[in-house]
Design a binder for this molecule. Sequence first.
Ligand code: AMP
Length: 279
Amino acid sequence: MQVATTKKALIDALLHHKSVGLVPTMGALHSGHASLVKAARAENDTVVASIFVNPLQFEALGDCDDYRNYPRQLDADLALLEEAGVDIVFAPDVEEMYPGGLPLVWARTGSIGTKLEGASRPGHFDGVATVVAKLFNLVRPDRAYFGQKDAQQVAVIRRLVADLDIPVEIRPVPIIRGADGLAESSRNQRLSADQRAQALVLPQVLSALQRRKAAGEALDIQGARDTLASADGVRLDHLEIVDPATLEPLEIDGLLTQPALVVAAIFVGPVRLIDNIEL
Ligand code: AMP
């Protein structure tokens, strides 16, 4: 496995390749990231993973505790990527990625990036779209792999490549969960054991909705919100039922007749957790 910390080293490493799969990450890797690498490994000759905690997609362009406290553990990450079969790791620092300061020209996401997660985190998806566009231009992958855990990110990236005619296939990968049902996340490291137990209400509420849908029963979306809002140690950010492609809210009259996604975010202590489930 080669590790490139500069754009030049990355481009040199990619000189002689056939098909390339890209797995963008922010590090603090876990089994969710490993499953993206596995999907990329199965379909490409060369697998590139990037590790970059992108200040653009954090509050105040990274001048915030969430950015400063984001877990950084390069050695452990490199071991996981090597084990998972990655060929090239791109791990630049901020100055390498944004020489001379943050960019003046960004990818702008509009309505798909300003609702839901984007409403709670203004500018987040513009930051994501900008860094991912840069990674696509640097790596020129045939395919790029994104976790369904970040459902809105998948929708934004699909529109990024469609709207800007970027020649890459976007491959969504299913959510990986811990044995207790909590979606794997780098932020889970910041939960105490008690907080982790409190966070389980999130996957439980989502899977209860899925079970009701499968049984042909009416869906009580407000009831699901109330359960989260009143759960111990939990603050509800949002829970919505949306169209999986556009993320537009769906008006459902109890019974659901079309494909739908329930997306939700909660705070447990200072930690913001997201999850979603397809219905
Ligand atoms: P992050 O490092 O959090 O930016 O995530 C990098 C990629 O891994 C994104 O495409 C995420 O959606 C994906 N990912 C993170 N957690 C999971 C998970 N539990 N299951 C599947 N993919 C995930």
